[in-house]
Design a protein around this ligand. Structure first.
Ligand SMILES: Nc1ncnc2c1ncn2[C@@H]1O[C@H](COP(=O)(O)OP(=O)(O)OP(=O)(O)O)[C@@H](O)[C@H]1O
Length: 270
């Protein structure tokens, strides 16, 4: 599917769902973020690309509450937010799927989906003895996976360590998509996957967008970026230097802007 006729894409005038202005983060003498800006529009897939060390992770971590910036402002749906921890960002609806997935291999798929937000049984047993509502969680886990067309997974009680890389990625995405999130950030979701599995994860990303959820996709894989992104945020030396549409530039242009070999376009495509 072409990313450029995305019916969910917001008009240019739409208010960003997630926005950052002037983020700064220094580690001693290293400036990881140097007045970095960021805009994610409702319903879009925004790819973030940049050379190694450009500061992509620092930016994403700041948006996800894992790094506290030294300066700058983050707004969620127009409201300034100051996340002090990843939990706070998650509670506000920003879900991050990191490259080294935060899944517990020995636990089942259903348990992983509810890790950290387990459902308790109704009434006394749940309140006093914190008894888990296993049946309820299994029903919801099955629903979350089938919503995303992931029901090739036969048994939601099987341990995650028995799943393929792509299926694991799927569980992580299902978890992110299932809990009323407003934004999903995916850090190199296809980096460790084979061709077929990468394909399925890309389909999954498109599927999540079809459901109206905006996605930030950090990736070094230009063909993947150009295939699914509505817009591409190019990061260089700690800051955003351009936002382009994949239909307006070639992959080598994007790489040239990223490395400084080509001048960044003057105006940011919004
Ligand atoms: N915790 C830290 N302590 C010290 N320096 C750090 C820390 N985190 C990041 N840096 C430095 O900040 C700069 C930006 O790093 P960052 O990881 O954000 O870049 P990146 O674009 O994500 O790189 P990559 O693509 O290689 O993952 C680098 O020079 C890095 O060494």
């Amino acid at each position: 599917m072409s990313a450029h006729n995305n019916p969910a894409a917001a008009p240019a005038s739409a208010q960003p769902i997630l926005q950052a202005r002037g983020l700064v983060k220094r580690y001693g003498r290293v400036t990881a973020m140097d007045h970095a800006d960021f805009d994610l529009l409702p319903g879009e897939i925004l790819a973030v690309i940049g050379d190694n060390g450009a500061g992509k992770s620092s930016l994403i971590k700041a948006l996800a509450g894992a790094v506290i910036p030294d300066a700058g402002e983050i707004r969620l749906a127009g409201t300034p937010v100051q996340f002090r921890s990843p939990i706070q960002a998650r509670e506000a609806g920003i879900e991050t799927v990191y490259q080294n997935l935060a899944l517990s291999p020995a636990l089942s798929i259903a348990d992983n989906l509810f890790l950290g937000r387990e459902k308790r049984s109704a009434g006394f047993l749940g309140k006093v003895f914190r008894k888990l509502d296993r049946r309820g969680m299994q029903v919801e886990a099955r629903k979350a996976l089938s919503n995303l067309g992931l029901m090739t997974i036969q048994n939601i009680n099987q341990p995650v360590e028995t799943l393929s890389g792509g299926q694991r990625q799927g569980v992580a995405v299902a978890r992110a998509a299932a809990f009323g999130s407003r934004v999903i950030i995916m850090d190199e979701p296809t980096a460790a996957l084979g061709v077929k599995e990468s394909r399925r994860v890309l389909e999954l990303i498109l599927d999540v967008r079809r459901r109206g959820m905006p996605i930030v996709l950090i990736s070094h894989n230009m063909p993947h970026v150009f295939e699914v992104a509505d817009r591409i945020h190019i990061h260089r030396l700690g800051r955003r230097v351009a936002v382009i549409r994949p239909s307006d530039y070639t992959m080598s242009d994007a790489v040239a802007i990223m490395t400084g070999a080509m001048k960044a376009p003057e105006t940011l495509a919004q």
